[in-house]
Design a protein around this ligand. Structure first.
Ligand SMILES: [Zn+2]
Ligand SMILES: [Zn+2]
Length: 142
């Protein structure tokens, strides 16, 4: 078990939520992913250990985790909901609309914008997980 996972379980408990086996399974399956996954992919993974879980349980668990800010839900294009743990790793994505390539960028990239919105407008922006669409370097040059 990774320490990231322990931090997440602690956050879940701290918010007054019970750590049911289903929630544990969804969290640990998410923690093992390198990138975004769909609910259907998670269902397949969790089912290996927990055959009786169904898709609506997966969605309910994901919705809860999104609400708690532990999981980000993003449409990375194509209208498919994708999920990913962000509790311990804030980041954003650049998505090329021509070739579909995605690049992950660090949260610090958006910090100047956040600071400016705060100082100029007194606005505290919540920018947890951005999908920024555009055209990548290879497509622009090619
Ligand atoms: Zn992401
Ligand atoms: Zn491209």
């Amino acid at each position: 078990m990774s320490s990231d996972l322990e931090v997440l379980q602690e956050a879940l408990r701290g918010s007054g939520q019970r750590l049911t086996p289903q929630r544990m399974m969804v969290l640990s399956a998410l923690a093992e992913q390198e990138s975004h996954v769909t609910a259907e992919t998670l269902l397949d993974l969790v089912r290996l250990d927990y055959p009786y879980i169904n898709l609506s349980t997966i969605y309910r668990t994901l919705d809860l985790l999104v609400e708690l800010g532990l999981v980000a839900e993003t449409d990375l294009g194509g209208g498919v909901r994708q999920f990913e743990l962000v509790g311990t790793h804030p980041h954003h994505h650049l998505i090329c609309q021509r070739c579909g390539q995605t690049v992950e960028i660090g949260d610090d990239t958006l910090q100047p914008l956040r600071d400016r919105l705060q100082s100029h407008y007194g606005f505290e922006a919540r920018m947890d997980h951005f999908a920024i669409f555009g055209v990548c370097k290879a497509c622009r040059e090619g």
